[in-house]
Design a protein around this ligand. Structure first.
Ligand SMILES: Cc1cc2nc3c(=O)[nH]c(=O)nc-3n(C[C@H](O)[C@H](O)[C@H](O)COP(=O)(O)O)c2cc1C
Length: 268
């Protein structure tokens, strides 16, 4: 169904309907792809959303989401898993048979065990998984699938959300893709950002870093760094970057290796 047709369809349904309206969005999203994908459910008519952005380096409190009609969990894929630092944050979210969807964004390589890992956390905490979306997105590194998720990706995702909401009360659940044991991964950054002379010491990078890796002097990036590149992407002065021949070589190689477009997949 074309996006406009489905929005019209949805409007018709929601005027009479049992479609849900109260939706919680929970995402970890250092560079914004996952946030964009998850938040697009809020553009559907007749839904109200409450956002729980668990990306920042703050203690996530235990949060009861059982009062919501539907929950969307979103995470990026890091080395075939969800980011290690996000695990305990997602575990703070509690449901009570609450229907949910999982949205994983990945940089056009592979999502491997990440959907299963996020799904296992959700299920253990009282959520029923109604569907899983794996969204091929712009990679953090190199020049890969620039701008994705784009308008067309979001339209596909919104159609998925629409079906999720329509089926939320049905008992069937979905087993997310992925294997056991989960892939074993290295979580420390291979390449850390450095700071150039543009820096105005505004401290935004310190405040925003998901793992508290940037020290008070701004220049020192400690070993907590996960290489998410949030500081590089968000710095208004473009003062953070990774300057290393090895990094440029890695980016070139990765861009070449991942140049063929992958499609989004929806497990319902
Ligand atoms: C440390 C790290 C590891 C990554 N590992 C993978 C991977 O295994 N597979 C993949 O396709 N993309 C991988 N990516 C790319 C991200 O999954 C992708 O760009 C994602 O959409 C970023 O989400 P965000 O913008 O919400 O932070 C990785 C990115 C980073 C920073």
């Amino acid at each position: 169904m074309a996006p406009t047709a489905y929005v019209q369809e949805l409007s018709k349904l929601t005027s009479t309907s049992d479609l849900m309206s109260s939706i919680a969005l929970v995402y970890f999203s250092p560079t914004g792809n996952t946030k964009k994908a998850v938040s697009s459910i809020g553009e559907l008519p007749c839904v109200t959303v409450k956002t729980f952005d668990i990306t920042g380096n703050v203690e996530v409190p235990e949060t009861d989401l059982s009062g919501f009609d539907f929950v969307v969990f979103g995470a990026p894929v890091y080395a075939g898993r969800i980011p290690a630092c996000s695990v305990d944050r997602f575990k703070k979210m509690k449901g009570s048979g609450t229907p949910c969807a999982l949205v994983l964004t990945y940089g056009n390589r592979a999502y491997e065990d990440a959907p299963r890992e996020l799904g296992d956390i959700a299920e253990a905490n009282g959520f029923r998984i109604k569907g899983v979306a794996t969204m091929a997105s712009q990679h953090t590194y190199g020049q890969i699938q620039l701008g994705r998720p784009n308008k067309d990706d979001i339209a596909e995702l919104q159609e998925f959300y629409f079906h999720m909401l329509a089926k939320a009360e049905e008992p069937e659940t979905v087993i997310p893709p992925g294997n056991y044991p989960y892939k074993v991964v290295e979580t420390k950054a291979k390449f850390k950002p450095t700071t150039n002379g543009n820096c105005l010491a505004c401290g935004m990078c310190i405040r925003d870093c998901p793992v508290g890796a940037i020290e008070e002097d701004i220049k020192t990036v400690n070993d907590n760094c996960i290489g998410c590149m949030r500081c590089v992407k968000n710095c208004p002065m473009k003062a953070k970057s990774v300057v290393a021949d090895a990094f440029s070589d890695f980016e070139k190689l990765l861009s070449e290796r991942l140049k063929n477009r992958k499609e989004n997949e929806f497990f319902v």
